[in-house]
Design a protein around this ligand. Structure first.
Ligand code: ADP
Ligand code: 5GP
Length: 201
């Protein structure tokens, strides 16, 4: 059995990452997904264990010390991280797994899994990002300002990514992301084993 692949999707806050990833997962439920741990308070409507595992700062830091996190980062004052066990289990069973994480976390994943596919998602313009952040209505003005500054910083690091998807129309962005996942599944190294028996080679 061939190993699964790690897909990372990063984007400035408000770019539409959650929207696009949720639509992709609805379309491709077989794609594995890692629910992150965070010390951030839940937003209205967020469900523990579904959107995030909401934990205390002490609990989070204990897990980091115990080596339970494959990557972690502090984003806008809160800690976020990915369980090493969840990723390892997925890859061992040949299942692809998608991580929705920030650019610092993406760099850690790239180090750990050099073959990982890193997708950067961007709205068509800065003005559109600002409109979406305001439209979501989940952050106050000061936080929106911080997130716009953070977006500029993240953009400077986007050169490390392997793919860029523009989230203009959600459906189009989901098509693009699905195409990237599909193309990875067609790599010779992954398809070859399944053909060997039929071809007697
Ligand atoms: P992120 O997870 O990147 O922080 P969200 O998925 O929460 O961003 O999206 C931010 C806001 O932008 C939400 O209100 C969402 O409905 C909206 N949005 C997402 N994608 C698009 C798009 N392609 N066109 C217009 N609005 C969008
Ligand atoms: P939000 O608080 O808006 O849900 O997420 C804020 C930022 O944290 C986003 O850029 C998101 O991608 C990032 N994030 C979410 N989960 C993780 C994670 O497990 N690891 C890292 N490094 N970043 C994460």
């Amino acid at each position: 059995m061939s190993a699964g692949q790690v897909f990372v999707v990063s984007a400035p806050s408000g770019a539409g990452k959650s929207t696009v990833v949720a639509a992709l997962r609805a379309r491709q439920p077989e794609l594995g997904y890692s629910v992150s741990l965070t010390t951030r308070a839940p937003r209205p409507g967020e469900v523990d264990g579904e959107h995030y595992h909401f934990v205390t700062r002490d609990d989070f830091l204990d897990r980091v010390r115990a080596g339970e996190m494959v990557e972690h980062a502090e984003v806008f004052g809160n800690l976020y991280g990915t369980s090493a066990k969840v990723v390892a289990q997925s890859l061992e069973t040949g299942r692809d797994i998608l991580l929705e994480i920030d650019v610092a976390g993406a760099a850690q994943i790239k180090k750990r899994f050099p073959q990982a596919v890193l997708v950067f998602l961007l709205p068509p313009s800065r003005a559109e990002l600002e409109r979406r952040l305001r439209g979501r209505g989940t952050e106050d003005e000061a936080t929106i300002g911080l997130r716009l500054k953070g977006a500029a910083r993240e953009l400077e690091q986007a050169g490390h990514f392997t793919h860029l998807v523009i989230n203009d129309q959600v459906e189009r962005a989901v098509d693009d992301l699905a195409a990237i996942v599909r193309a990875e599944g067609l790599r010779l190294a992954r398809t070859w084993e399944s053909l060997r028996g039929a071809w007697g080679v």
